[in-house]
Design a protein around this ligand. Structure first.
Ligand code: GDP
Ligand code: IMO
Ligand code: MG
Length: 424
């Protein structure tokens, strides 16, 4: 029987290290497919001294054996996408041969970015902290049935469709003063559309179904993280797509009974970029020390990431929502040198102890309850044998396994491909 397509996704607020692990895993897969999100994502890979950040292109692109698919759940900014291709060409001149793009994926127009900026400006101090890549407005047009799709560029009336959507956006923008030169942005966008035309535009849902039926191994790559999911995340401080396992089904055309393993990635601590609740946040020197040591600055926007202790109620919630079968713990090296580590195991909520994530995460209602575990001193970045990991880290990992009921199969001790230790 076919094992099913595996899904790899983030269990926190994004930036868990998905790009690195997809790259590490791709040698075992025939197909790697991004299922949602867009250029709000920044997935970092490091190997042979090269650091590479991908936004739209799946993180399996550096492997000759795999077909990479941009699924229809993704929203694409053609300008950003073409820049990604240009950067890749030096390293992977044949990358376009192994890249298939869904015709059903929606296009981000320059005016979607203006709408994003206008929406954030209108929210004032309640702003979401969006990456301002036009993600929300593009998904709104998709569900509002107004969107422009990549397949539309092959239609004779594409320009009419573009102009109609732009006109609608201009009307919505009213007297909002553009934050960039729209004519210039539009010219660059149209030029990028021309570059898309000869690329492999495909009905990728069919490709994936054929791959599944012929026994090919498929890895679905998520963007963002579970706590940014539009339904399950810390709404409204979320992104506009389904970042959880269900998103792989809708975003690629994979039936639920064709899913194999769900690989859930989490950092040994927590980070969040943008606004919104963060119960275990360390808004102090210790938080700054973690930010410095973990280089916690956004891969897409360069913004400093907020940092905090591992939040187990949130992790358990993410495990359940996604049906996670294997956990992968990232950035264990960043915690080296701390005498003690705090782990949030439950919350006090309106005076009661609860062990789940409640509807409202407002700070004055919710207080994390911590368990203190011993830290470790050893530098982990050069460890190559899992048996050489310090006992305190093994105990930390076992504690997480006990609390979640899911095995931690991988511990990552640095950004490079090689700094990856398998426990199984
Ligand atoms: P993604 O969005 O989930 O792919 O994650 P990002 O690439 O945005 O952020 C993860 C950051 O941590 C990147 O800069 C990675 O190079 C880096 N990274 C990944 N794994 C590790 C690790 O185990 N240790 C350290 N120190 N850095 C890591
Ligand atoms: P990867 O795939 C971390 C955050 C933004 C903001 C909120 C909404 O690299 O893990 P949006 O641009 O979607 O309107 O922003 O979501 N956000 C991310 N945070 N990693 C990401 O992607 C993110 N993509 C969006 O900071 O708070
Ligand atoms: Mg990222």
């Amino acid at each position: 029987m076919n094992h099913g397509a595996d899904i790899l996704l983030g269990l926190q607020w994004g930036d868990e290290g998905k790009g690195k692990i997809v790259d590490v895993l791709t040698k075992k897969y025939d197909v790697v497919a991004r299922f949602q999100g867009g250029p709000n994502a920044g997935h970092t890979l490091e190997f042979n001294g090269i650091k590479h950040v991908l936004h739209t292109i799946p993180s399996g692109i550096f492997h000759e054996n795999a077909m990479n698919i941009i699924g229809h759940g993704v929203v694409m900014d053609p300008v950003i996408f073409c820049k990604e291709i240009d950067k890749l060409m030096d390293l992977e001149p044949k990358c376009l041969e192994r890249l298939q793009i869904s015709r059903k994926a929606h296009l981000i127009l320059p005016t979607h970015r203006l709408l994003d900026a206008a929406s954030e400006a209108a929210k004032g101090k309640n702003k979401i902290g969006s990456t301002l890549k036009g993600i929300g407005p593009t998904y709104m047009d998709k569900t509002g049935r107004n969107g422009l799709r990549i397949g539309d560029i092959e239609l004779p009336d594409f320009l009419d469709r573009y102009n109609a959507l732009k006109a609608k956006h201009m009307h919505m923008l009213g007297d909002f003063v553009p934050v960039f030169d729209l004519d210039e942005a539009e010219a660059a966008w149209m030029a990028a559309i021309e570059r898309l035309r000869p690329m492999q535009l495909a009905d990728t849902d069919v490709l994936i179904q054929e791959a599944y039926k012929s026994g090919k191994r498929i890895l679905a790559e998520g963007a963002q993280g579970t706590l940014l999911d539009v339904d399950f995340g810390t709404y409204p401080f979320v992104t506009s797509s389904t970042t959880t396992a269900a998103g792989a089904c809708t975003g690629l055309g994979l039936a639920p009974n064709r899913i194999g393993d769900v690989l859930g990635i989490f950092k040994a601590y927590c980070t969040r970029v943008g606004s919104g609740p963060f119960p275990t946040e360390l808004d102090n020197d210790l938080g700054q020390a973690i930010r410095d040591k973990g280089h916690e600055y956004g891969s897409t926007t360069g913004r400093p990431r907020r940092t905090g202790w591992l939040d187990l109620p949130a992790l358990r919630y993410a495990v359940e929502i996604n049906g996670v079968t294997q956990l992968m713990m990232m950035k264990a090296d960043v915690l080296s040198g701390m005498k003690e580590l705090e782990v949030c195991t439950s919350y006090t909520y309106r005076g009661e102890t609860i062990s789940h994530l409640p509807y409202s995460l407002e700070e004055d209602l919710l207080e994390p309850v911590y368990t203190t575990l011993p830290g470790w001193d050893e530098d982990l970045t050069g460890v190559t044998d899992v048996n050489d990991l310090p006992q305190a880290l093994i105990d930390y990992t076992r504690f997480i396994e006990q609390e979640t009921g899911v095995p931690v199969v991988l511990i990552s001790v640095g950004p490079d491909r090689e700094q990856t230790l398998w426990r199984a």
